[in-house]
Design a protein around this ligand. Structure first.
Ligand code: NDP
Ligand code: OXD
Length: 321
């Protein structure tokens, strides 16, 4: 197969999504392959064979008549699949060690933050109050990870090594040493009932939208040392019912939350999440997509594909992830 042209559909926004930075990286790793910017691709649509994209606006990919594959530059493909005109070519998502490691850091950081009572200790420091509360062992805490895929499985295994009791919930059965596996709707309640800290690393699909709701929070374990359950969501904002989260924090159904993702991003200035004392908030940067590793990943995949090999991590459009 003749070397195809790659178009970068990256609109910019935050630092790590600078189109110039991505273009420089792709030029480096695709030395003998034309790499077009968004503007160049628009005026040479028929020449485009591959597209590397991040949140392209609906309709933007349908203009390329000779497309062979689309590479999403992140793990979550919900934004791409929302495009009803998406060309019927393989859609590849990111699954690389760099992204996985970053997400595991985030999950471990936030599980430990709640387990080690960091919000209380920081408040004590601000008030110059020397008032340690009783501490407990990691083995006293049950963490439940929703989504045991590339990211969830790694985070679960590291938490397990730290001594937490860890369970995971997935769509199909997953057997991972040291992790109590639950799967499917029938086993969801049992998974929730044994969970003190719920970590959500699900993809956003029609089955998972708003899954983090009062019904679910009310089933979490309330008899653990934390006093009330904690929820950590780094999947997508669409997974959470935000009104339910705030109401459950206010009435004590939840003790605290860590949220990296929101239904509207950037989070509006008047959102109660900014100032709620039981909320730890980050601006969707749990696991930044790194241009260095991911441009190499895409370049490798295209090379292999053109040599007759199979693409890896192709999204199942029926399932939505
Ligand atoms: P994977 O596709 O590897 O894993 C998804 C997991 O979710 C699988 O275990 C799957 O089950 C499970 N799952 C999907 N639907 C259901 C369901 N209805 N019920 C139960 N389990 C379900 O995805 P990744 O681990 O790579 O990524 C997960 C998500 O993390 C991404 O989709 C993205 O939204 C988010 N993300 C967020 C980032 C951030 O910075 N905040 C960065 C990167 C990703 P099964 O194993 O049976 O298929
Ligand atoms: C992703 C993300 O899906 O960064 O990779 O959110």
């Amino acid at each position: 197969m003749k070397k195809g042209t790659l178009a970068l559909l990256i609109h910019g926004g935050t630092d790590n999504w600078s189109p110039e930075r991505w273009q420089a990286r792709f030029n480096e790793v695709c030395r003998d392959r034309p790499v077009l910017s968004l503007a160049e691709a628009r005026s040479a649509a028929a020449e485009v064979h591959y597209a590397a994209v991040w949140k392209p606006a609906p309709g933007k990919l349908a203009v390329f008549p000779n497309l062979r594959a689309i590479f999403n530059l992140g793990a979550g493909v919900d934004a791409v699949l929302a495009d009803k005109t998406l060309p019927d070519v393989p859609l590849v998502r990111v699954a690389v060690g760099d992204l996985t490691g970053r997400m595991t850091e985030y999950v471990v950081l936030h599980v430990l933050m709640h387990h080690r009572q960091e919000p209380y200790l920081r408040q004590s420091q601000r008030e110059k109050r020397w008032a340690p509360k009783a501490q407990w062992a990691a083995s006293a805490i049950s963490v439940g990870v929703m989504g045991l895929g590339t990211l969830g499985a790694d985070a679960a295994q590291v938490l397990c090594r730290l001594g937490f009791k860890v369970a995971g919930w997935s769509s199909s059965r997953r057997d991972i040493a040291g992790i109590d596996g639950f799967h499917g709707p029938d086993q969801f309640d049992a998974f929730l009932r044994r969970t003190d800290i719920l970590v959500c690393l699900l993809p956003l699909t029609s089955d998972t939208r708003h899954i983090l709701s009062r019904d679910v929070f009310a089933k979490l374990n309330r008899s653990g040392p934390l006093g009330a359950p904690v929820v950590i969501n780094a999947g997508r904002g669409g997974l959470q019912n935000e009104a339910d989260i705030l109401a459950c924090l206010d009435d004590g159904t939840l003790g605290a939350v860590s949220l990296d993702v929101f239904s509207q991003e950037p989070l509006p200035a008047d959102s109660r999440f900014w100032t709620h004392p039981k909320v730890v908030l980050t601006p969707h940067n749990a696991a930044d997509t790194d241009p260095d590793e991911i441009s190499r990943y895409v370049a490798r995949q295209i090379e292999r594909f053109e040599a007759g090999g199979a693409l890896e991590n192709v999204v199942d459009r029926e399932r939505g992830y």
